[in-house]
Design a protein around this ligand. Structure first.
Ligand code: NAD
Length: 318
């Protein structure tokens, strides 16, 4: 198919903490030639754009503008960070429904512009909203993806690097499944310096409580967002960097393996659900899903994530 997108144009929908941090980090990386920011609250979009644009003398060359629906037409990547906050007394399901409606209306707008972009959903619950966006768009599955467990995997890599006192760049590791309470570390895929984590242990030799430490690291990753939200109300810096990583691999067709949320069609023995699994990501979105041979307990964990998400999807549809 002929593409009509500008090669390095990114539209960010939602100018709150996550959207503005993404725009700020993306501008500094010099990956995009144009960043357009949209928000249902025009004043917020206007304010963020002015504040960001005043840094233009100090970024690599980039245009930062308030966007409008027409900007979807030739964007290469559209990142959805828009969402409503939980109102006092509102149930989690009611909030999911509200956010699903928001995502559907944004996707309708994108589709009506004849956009050929990749849609990257970040709004929570991200696996559910990625599924909603994909179904609403009618697009091929690789073009509508979610940030999945890219952030959680970064937290995992950071904690492992701290524990083993080694450069985080030498740690390859993934959290998989739901971006939420049922996510899990894929220990069978965890490597440091090319060695399986257990084979690396003798070189590190700093702890003799590895089994306990593994559980502690797992728990810390899973509780990270709760702790940060307790401290300061929201998380946005690390997710901003995670989104830059995903957007960058799409803009530059880097074919990086990242655990984005994607529709499974038999991989991991699962169908009709979006989950964070390792995928080759490049121009056009997910190019391939890596169907890794997980351990039995990891297979059980990913199936558990799928059933939790499918239950909510059923409730949404009823
Ligand atoms: N996936 C992840 O790893 C991850 C990490 C952090 C946050 N998040 C999620 O990202 C989302 C945004 O978080 P935040 O802290 O930036 O929230 P925020 O409240 O600061 O910003 C959300 C913005 O969305 C806008 N908005 C609402 N409806 C809209 C619509 N129909 N069109 C355009 N804009 C609309 C609001 O006006 C607001 O400015 C939340 O759903 C949050 O849970 C995801």
């Amino acid at each position: 198919m002929e593409s009509n997108w500008k090669s390095r144009k990114v539209v960010v929908v939602g100018a709150g903490a996550v959207g503005s941090t993404l725009a700020y980090a993306l501008a500094q990386k010099g990956l995009a030639e144009e960043i357009d920011i949209l928000d249902a609250n025009h004043d917020i979009a206007q304010g963020q754009v002015l504040d960001l644009a005043h840094g233009l003398p100090y970024y690599p060359s980039v245009q930062i503008r308030v966007g409008q629906s027409q900007d979807y037409a030739d964007a290469q990547v559209i990142v959805i960070t828009a969402g409503a906050k939980q109102a006092p007394g509102e149930s989690r399901l009611a909030l999911v429904k509200k956010n699903a409606d928001i995502i559907e209306s944004i996707v309708d707008d994108i589709v009506s512009q004849g956009s050929q972009a990749v849609i990257l959903v970040t709004s929570n619950p991200v696996d559910i909203l990625t599924y909603v966006a994909l179904k609403r768009s009618g697009w091929t599955k690789g073009r509508v993806i979610g940030s999945g467990t890219v952030l959680d995997s970064a937290r995992f890599r950071y904690l492992l690097s701290q524990h083993c006192d080694v450069d985080v760049g030498n740690v390859h590791a993934y959290f998989l499944g739901e971006h939420g309470d049922s996510e899990f570390p894929a220990w069978s895929m965890t490597h440091i310096a090319g060695l399986a984590i257990d084979d690396y242990c003798p070189f590190c030799n700093k702890c003799n409580t590895w089994q306990l430490d593994r559980e502690k690291i797992t728990q810390t990753v899973k509780e990270s967002a709760y702790h940060i939200i307790n401290y300061k109300g929201a998380t946005y810096f690390a997710i901003g960097m995670a989104l830059v990583r995903i957007v960058g691999t799409i803009l530059q067709d880097q074919r990086s393996v990242l655990p984005v949320s994607t529709l499974l069609d038999g991989e991991y023995g699962l169908r009709d659900v979006c989950l964070g699994v390792p995928c080759v990501v490049g121009q056009g979105g997910v190019k391939q899903i890596i169907d890794a041979p997980l351990l039995p307990e990891e297979k059980k964990a990913i199936a558990g994530s799928a059933s939790i998400i499918q239950k909510v999807l059923k409730q949404l549809a009823s």
